[in-house]
Design a protein around this ligand. Structure first.
Ligand SMILES: NC(=O)C1=CN([C@@H]2O[C@H](COP(=O)(O)OP(=O)(O)OC[C@H]3O[C@@H](n4cnc5c(N)ncnc54)[C@H](O)[C@@H]3O)[C@@H](O)[C@H]2O)C=CC1
Ligand SMILES: [Mg+2]
Ligand SMILES: [Mg+2]
Ligand SMILES: [Mg+2]
Ligand SMILES: [Zn+2]
Length: 457
């Protein structure tokens, strides 16, 4: 075979991927120490070192990569994660390592539901929320003006980002949050229309000086700001490429997993402040407490000041989203709203109502929207959906009837699709029967979970 001329960078990546593929732990480890950005880079067909280690059963390689912060949610060009690959090739110990690597090893305490390894977009906890610090006003004040603290900025609930991938392996992540410092935002913090909330601290402790000075705790605090007037006019931003990303789908789906998790938290809490300016109980003015996690009514005898009132805390709206399986086990029910792009079908979904358990909400929403009666329901995984503050609770459900009658107010059409039609969509075969929600949506992940897309590797 003729040799191909490679750039030094490509050559280093090829050596790194080869080391992961052949189980050379010492080399993998040395190469990441020397060049940490290699860890999430991908070669042919989008395969990363983690995927190659998982494919070839190299437990120690996978362990080393995970310990060094490798992104286990990356997918190759066929949409498979390292976990999918490990499971397909029967490396159960590696699949289990990948499934448990963020939550310790307590999974064996839970009954097996086949849900391991699910990490949905918007669901990563990049920061430690440190809720105990929300009432420590001195600590919060010191962190607000610390030069090490990170501020992310929103204007009308749209986050400030920069565009463009700046490194290999980032090509799918088109936008990055702009991380601002105290010096840039301090004027803005004093403006009346600005809301600031404390998000948490980076999980890794970093000391600015060695040995640390007395008041230094090594914690990098993150704050989020929402401005009512366009702050671009007054502020000096770090890069001329910064802009406010419209919080619509699919734009908001193009962040890294870490940043999507931060956005899910920040945007939901800021949206709550934006919508709940006055006390919902008596209509008086409120003040922001607990690092932005509480609004307290300023009227002395307001009922909301006695006992616990959920109106004082940020809201989360639970939504069930379900893939309904035909009684023959070989078809699934998908519907389309009028607002969907042409040809797109997805899972049915609906808000849980007061006094309702998850299973009943699944049965009620499916029957309301499609006329189908549902029997058993199984929880699969969940996803925060910060438009503005839903929690999507993803389930599989088995139908007990098959005749469809749609609620035309909500659904334009609902249909049974065969397993093969669904596989054709995942495999991008020609003339697919429909198009699917993007992989960042839990609907996509539920459908993938049902067909076990990895069987087609
Ligand atoms: N991540 C994903 O894959 C998907 C997410 N979703 C999200 O799920 C949510 C619920 O799905 P739908 O089919 O619209 O629900 P749905 O079937 O319950 O119908 C929506 C209607 O319910 C009423 N409603 C009841 N409680 C509400 C609340 N707390 N907030 C707003 N409206 C409420 C309103 O009249 C609204 O028009 C939507 O916000 C949508 O953005 C929906 C599908 C896929
Ligand atoms: Mg619905
Ligand atoms: Mg509904
Ligand atoms: Mg509903
Ligand atoms: Zn009140």
């Amino acid at each position: 075979m003729a040799s191909v001329q490679m750039s030094p960078k490509d050559e280093m990546l090829a050596r790194f991927l080869d080391a992961a593929s052949t189980g050379n732990v010492a080399k993998v480890s040395a190469m990441i120490t020397h060049s940490s950005s290699l860890i999430n880079e991908s070669g042919g067909n989008g395969w990363t070192a983690l995927m190659l280690g998982a494919r070839n059963g190299h437990f120690k390689v996978v362990q080393t990569l995970l310990t060094n912060g490798c992104d286990k949610s990356s997918v190759n060009k066929s949409g498979q994660t390292a976990y999918d690959i490990a499971r397909f090739w029967g490396h159960k110990h590696i699949a289990s390592l990948l499934a448990n690597s963020r939550g310790g090893n307590s999974h064996h305490l839970l009954p097996s539901s086949g849900t391991e390894g699910h990490e949905n977009y918007f669901s990563r906890e990049y920061l430690n929320r440190m809720s105990e610090k929300r009432t420590d006003s001195l600590w919060l004040k010191a962190k607000q003006s610390s030069p090490a603290s990170v501020y992310i900025l929103f204007f009308n609930l749209n986050p400030l980002v920069t565009s463009g991938a700046d490194g290999a392996g980032e090509s799918e992540r088109d936008f990055k949050l702009c991380k601002l410092r105290w010096g840039t935002v301090k004027e803005l913090l004093t403006k009346p229309g600005t809301t600031v909330i404390f998000l948490g601290v980076e999980k890794q402790v970093k000391f600015a000086s060695q040995p640390p000075v007395e008041d230094e705790d090594g914690l990098t605090a993150w704050f989020a700001l929402n401005a009512e007037d366009n702050p671009m006019e007054d502020l000096q931003f770090p890069s001329p490429n910064c802009f406010f990303l419209k919080s619509t789908i699919p734009a908001l789906l193009q962040l890294s997993s870490d940043e999507a998790g931060v956005i899910a938290q920040a945007r939901s809490v800021l949206a709550w402040h934006n919508r709940y300016s006055f006390c919902p109980t008596c209509g008086s003015r409120t003040k922001i407490d607990e690092g932005g996690y509480k609004r307290t009514c300023l009227k002395e005898d307001c009922r909301s000041l006695q006992g616990i009132h959920n109106t004082c805390y940020p809201r989360v709206d639970p939504v069930v989203i379900m893939l309904v399986i035909h009684p023959d086990g070989d078809q699934c029910l998908l519907g389309r709203k009028k607002t969907f792009p042409v040809g797109m079908y997805s899972c049915l979904a609906g808000f849980i109502e007061p006094g309702e358990v998850i299973e009943e909400a699944v049965r009620r929403e499916v029957e309301e929207e499609s006329g189908i009666k549902v029997g058993p329901v199984q929880y699969v995984s969940s996803q925060p959906w910060p438009m503005p503050s839903s929690l999507m609770i993803g389930c599989l459900a088995v139908a007990e009837s098959t005749d469809i009658k749609v609620d035309e107010n909500e659904i334009e059409e609902a249909r049974w699709f065969t397993r093969q039609q669904v596989i054709d969509v995942f495999m991008k075969n020609s003339k697919p029967a429909f198009s699917m929600a993007p992989r960042q949506a839990i609907a996509h992940q539920l459908i993938k979970h049902w067909i076990g897309v990895n069987a087609n590797l």
